[in-house]
Ligand binder design. Structure first.
Ligand code: HAM
Length: 452
């Protein structure tokens, strides 16, 4: 007996139905925002991820040496591969590049709620546009998708943060880039750590002065509006140069927020510098979307996360191209839809079920079934002969709207009886008129003779 590997899923037809429901929403919204679809290989050179993803993802890679001696890895995310694709054609692509993809990713994580070893992600990214309008486009796509699933502003929040402000902040404490990234990684884990552990982690950078630093970090993390953020940042930036950079950056914030307000998605936003993002390549605005509990606090794993990464294409050896995007996972989203009762009942039924008498009638039904299928109808019938009673039972169980009944009387007249399986109403029509009448019958049904 074999079981699926831990963290992997079999998708039975009813699971595929739910997955397709999610995928079709994703795709429909990507299209409405005018994103084009692309795809990448499942297997990539290991180095693409060891060099370009964050430390956390690197420790979770499914990697091995292939028969040709190459070190390869299943993709844990799409972004480095996408950056390679865009970089390789950067001079010929029409900008801005707006691309989306839905694909399976693999991460060797400890299996728990919202965390599996294989998950699907909806990614949408924009390349070639450095200004906040591109960030706004990405953020409003994320919110539009989730709003359309039925989440209200009280259910979810997009927590919006900024790596640029964090680097100005860390610079004001004298950190250059590499050490700033290390400290940022500690700040990223703050929500899940005790104060003692945090101070211990910060010791190599501050000796005994970690408390002061932590107080400033907490001041920044507690701001929930732009005015507060401005006051906090200006009080923390020690030099005129840094203060000017803060002012310029807050101008970008104003532009971003006013665009999102005018797009009508402002109610879903929460300014929250507590979000840093684990991946190493982010450079500017970053965000994560969480479910909100009764106490107004974010809960569980993020439904989606993303942000700006202006140097990743350049890091792969191509000219630098500004970029911003997000990934939304099917696992956390699927759980949230179930918990909130937002997963609708999904029906997967044929349009037509054929019920036949003897062999001669069965062959006529086969002929009609194929003609109907060629015209786009979904048609089913039993694959072995049984009595009328059993066939009607199967027709009812199939969820089909109508049954086509082929009896010997109808065969002699060249007709077929159409039965509405919901009302029980019947109508006899010539076989040659099936294609003409069935669309209306399926849409409107057949009243019973008594009109019930
Ligand atoms: P990420 O935050 O690592 O970002 O993943 C995005 C989303 O995928 C998460 O919010 C979560 O819902 C889902 N996810 C990730 N790992 C798992 C897992 N092991 N099990 C279940 N769900 C998971 C990225 O991957 C970035 N590449 C997104 C991006 C695109 N940034 C810019 N463009």
């Amino acid at each position: 007996m074999f079981e699926v590997l831990p963290g992997f899923r079999d998708f039975f037809p009813e699971d595929c139905l739910q997955r397709n429901f999610i995928f079709s929403h994703w795709k429909s919204w990507a299209r409405r925002f005018d994103f084009l679809e692309y795809d990448i290989p499942t297997l990539e050179p290991l180095e693409l991820f060891t060099r370009k993803s964050g430390e956390e993802i690197v420790s979770q890679l499914f990697h091995f040496v292939d028969q040709g001696g190459r070190e390869v890895s299943l993709r844990p995310e799409l972004t480095p591969s996408l950056a390679r694709m865009v970089g390789s054609r950067i001079n010929s692509l029409k900008r801005p590049v707006k691309w989306f993809n839905i694909a399976e990713n693999f991460r060797y994580e400890r299996q728990q709620k919202g965390r599996l070893r294989s998950h699907y992600q909806f990614n949408a990214d924009i390349f070639g546009e450095p200004g906040p309008q591109a960030d706004a486009e990405i953020i409003s796509l994320v919110i539009s998708v989730l709003r359309d699933f039925g989440f209200r502003p009280a259910d979810i929040k997009l927590r919006l943060s900024d790596r640029t402000l964090w680097s100005i902040f860390l610079e004001s404490f004298g950190f250059e880039q590499e050490r700033a990234l290390e400290v940022l990684a500690v700040i990223d884990k703050m929500e899940r750590m005790s104060r003692e552990d945090l101070l211990e982690k910060l010791k190599p950078y501050f000796n005994e002065a970690g408390e002061d630093f932590l107080a400033s970090v907490e001041l920044l993390r507690s701001q929930r509006d732009l005015a507060g953020l401005r006051r906090a940042m200006e009080s923390l930036a020690p030099t005129a140069g840094l203060k000017a950079r803060v002012r310029e950056r807050l101008g970008n914030w104003e532009q971003l927020l006013s665009t999102l307000e005018s797009q009508g998605v402002g109610d879903y936003l929460q300014l929250d510098l507590g979000i840093v993002r684990g991946l190493a390549y982010y450079t500017g605005f970053v965000f994560e979307v969480f479910q909100i509990n009764d106490k107004g606090q974010p809960e569980g794993r993020a439904l989606a996360g993303g942000g700006r990464y202006d140097h990743l294409v350049g890091l792969l050896g191509y000219p630098d191209v500004p970029a911003v995007g997000f990934g939304m996972g099917d696992v956390v989203l699927g759980d949230a839809l179930q918990e909130k009762g937002l997963m609708p009942p999904l029906i997967d039924a044929p349009d037509i079920f054929c019920v036949t008498g003897g062999e001669a009638e069965r062959l006529l039904a086969m002929e009609d079934a194929m003609a109907l299928r060629q015209n786009g109808f979904r048609v089913s019938y039993p694959l072995k002969g049984t009595g009328f009673g059993k066939q009607f039972k199967l027709a009812g169980q199939s969820g089909s709207r109508v049954a086509l009944v082929y009896g010997s009387e109808e065969r002699e007249k060249g007709t077929v009886k159409v039965r509405d399986l919901q009302s029980g109403g019947e109508r006899e029509i010539p076989r040659s008129h099936l294609l003409k009448h069935l669309p209306d019958i399926i849409a409107e049904g057949i009243p019973t003779e008594s009109g019930d």
